[in-house]
Design a protein around this ligand. Sequence first.
Ligand code: CAO
Length: 424
Amino acid sequence: MSKKLKDIILPDLGEGIDGAEVSEISVSTGDIVKEGDTIVVLESDKASMEIPSDFDGEIKEVSIATGEEVHIGQLLAKIECEEVVKKDLQLDTEPEITNQEDSPKEDRQPSKASKTPVAKAHHSNDNVFASPGVRRLARELDISLSHIAGTGQKGRITKDDLNNHIKSQIASQRGTAVSINKEIDFSKWGKIEEIKLSKIKKITGQRLQQAWQSIPHVTQFDKADITKLDQTRRTMNNDLPEGKTKVTFLPFLMKAAVETLKTMPDFNSSMNHSAETLIIKKYFNIGIAVDTPTGLVVPVIRNVDQKSIDELSLELVEISQKARSKKLTPEDMNGGTFTISSLGGIGGTYFTPIINPPEVAILGVSKSRWEKIYNHTEKSSSAAYVMPFSLSFDHRIIDGAAAAKFTGDFGKSVETLSFLENSK
Ligand code: CAO
């Protein structure tokens, strides 16, 4: 078998890359390499790539240096081989053809003679064929490349293969909250009943899980004296004409929220899709969390700033009836700018509501209680009807100081009912 000296030249790197910097030379003169062994590692502004040898042989000359910028078609090394091996990398003018089949992926390990940098880079993913960039990312994310089928040349695992694998893993975990649990036979320990989740529960569950996992939530707690609000509401309800809707606390809280949002517009915003700008909305559509037998839904009441307490009361009754009779349309739930979740009619003191994306904050209202408040100036105590509330906010957009101001201002608005003077 005659020996032939071959040029190893830089092949087309794809993805519009015409050159790259040599970050590592994995061979030196005299090394015996096998097909698939890394000759050189390149770093471009887009990717990190291993350039492998396409045939077995002895390196006779290394024609590049670390740090050098190399371009497609440039000579990387000269190799002496027993017979001409296959394709692309070899630009030899002699059209010699090999019968050798592509070796299986498992066989493409670096030869014993190949230099240590390559061997070092392989770690637990040794038996696979992938670039250092892909290996590095897989190592960082603790992903075994042996589980991924490579679609690149000769079964090489590309960056896209790894990305697709990560995406499919995320998608499979996103399914339901259940997917993060192990399958357990609970009947081992006693009697059980298995109930199918409603569609609303599944969809809401996914949205809540996504919001909770992707938004850095912080919750600020505060209280407001709503004695005046309670009296005003009672008066309105006492004088209620036949057939008119009873007023609850929520319409007042919606108005107070809008009054506060007008002065603190960041709370009435959304981050744009690339997370580079903040979109401030000049309209005030308040989502209201409604508890229904089949799950939680959040219909939106539009242009709250332009509506009276009576109008909001009526709309609240209509929308919550629509929610409970499963008649809400997607349109009823779109376009919200801020959400209020009220557990005031049920109980509890404070809770941490989950933000309703793409909104950036949500108010959680808890049940009011009569408390004895000590007035330091007058040195006397009096009874006050006190409403605890919480504000969860997206900390990427809102700082804690702004949130504390928001809850303070909202509390003041609720206490003084200032919005009644300024609106319908
Ligand atoms: N403090 C004290 N009492 C309160 C109160 C508060 N903060 N909020 C409401 N109440 C009272 C109401 O005044 C009413 O009492 P009266 O009949 O004596 O006037 C009673 O509680 C029932 O009110 P309501 O809850 O029916 O009415 P609402 O306008 O406050 O709320 C709605 C409407 C649709 C928001 C509510 O019915 C609902 O579904 N709440 C649950 C929302 C939810 O589940 N959120 C949790 C999401 S996080 O998992």
